[in-house]
Ligand binder design. Structure first.
Ligand code: AMP
Ligand code: MN
Ligand code: MN
Ligand code: MN
Length: 279
């Protein structure tokens, strides 16, 4: 069988549109053989995903995407092959969940000032048992007719510097890498080109990440073009990081990002799955 890895995606446990079961099913239908579910700051969807994976004959890798801060900037660190019951990781996740809850209240208060009431109750309803994210606020603004696309919700209200933006101090990047490593996982810097950093700042982050025990970075993500792959490959090799591949799939409604449709990892990069022991 041809191996097809997709090591970054979201379910209804955070801001994905599909339940873990439907997500795994869709991945399987699209030829994915190894899938990592990496919801924002939660491992809640993994149990259901495992059950679906065994029915679909797909390998499910325990994952998470942690929200972290370094130098007042937010960085997403994916953990692959983690033990979700590890105490250090569990305590860390609980802290991030509290930060998310507090931030949701602050975002709702800011929207209220802009004469958009009721956001908190609405996002709680939309998120259900899952983590509340800005995606849920975007969906709320969309449903109320304040914006006509999710992107517009970020551009006008939720994005950095916009009226409902709340600057957040997440877990410290180094400490989050530590939780993942302690929980037996491999820490992966997610979507490195999406932080809008200059090459020299990105190299600083990669150095800090690597020194903290980070072992991999995403070389291929949902919409990377050949030039971006060339750049991420150079960074990965320069910092001796294994390469990961992940679509960051959230919803079938985004026709540009699909599960299992990723470019192959360049030959001169060590695949991250070689570092995953029970893959
Ligand atoms: P949060 O972690 O709560 O700040 O939410 C971040 C999530 O919002 C990301 O994981 C994306 O899924 C989504 N997001 C961020 N920026 C945008 C954007 N410009 N358009 C659509 N979705 C976005
Ligand atoms: Mn997301
Ligand atoms: Mn992310
Ligand atoms: Mn993601």
């Amino acid at each position: 069988m041809i191996e097809n890895y997709d090591l970054h995606c979201h379910s209804t446990a955070s801001d994905g549109a599909l339940s873990p079961t439907d997500l795994v099913q869709r991945a399987s239908e699209r030829g994915v053989t190894h899938l990592a579910l990496t919801d924002h700051d939660t491992t809640q969807g993994l149990e259901e995903a495992h059950a679906a994976a065994s029915l679909n004959g797909i390998q499910l890798i325990n994952g998470i995407e942690l929200s972290t801060s370094w130098q007042n900037h937010c960085f997403h660190i994916v953990g692959l092959g983690i033990d979700p019951s590890h105490p250090a990781l569990m305590t860390g996740i609980q802290r991030l969940q509290q930060i998310r809850t507090d931030r949701a209240e602050q975002i709702a208060a800011k929207l209220d000032k802009k004469r958009i009431p009721g956001a908190l109750d609405a996002v709680k309803e939309i998120a259900g048992k899952g983590m509340i994210t800005r995606t849920h606020f975007a969906d709320f603004l969309l449903s109320q007719g304040h914006v006509s696309t999710q992107q517009e919700a970020f551009d006008r209200y939720l994005g950095s510097g916009k009226p409902a933006y709340v600057s957040t101090t997440w877990a410290e990047l180094r400490e989050a890498v530590g939780w993942i490593t302690e929980a037996g996982g491999v820490a992966v810097l997610a979507h490195p080109l999406r932080y809008k950093l200059t090459a020299s700042w990105l190299k600083r982050v990669l150095g800090v990440f690597r020194d903290a025990g980070g072992q991999s970075m995403e070389v291929i993500t949902g919409r990377t073009n050949p030039d971006e792959i060339r750049r991420t490959t150079l960074f990965a090799n320069q910092f001796q990081l294994a390469g990961s591949v992940g679509s960051d799939f959230h919803s079938p409604a985004n026709v540009w990002v699909e599960l299992g449709r990723l470019a192959p990892l360049p030959k001169n990069i060590q695949p991250v799955w070689e570092l995953l022991t029970d893959r």
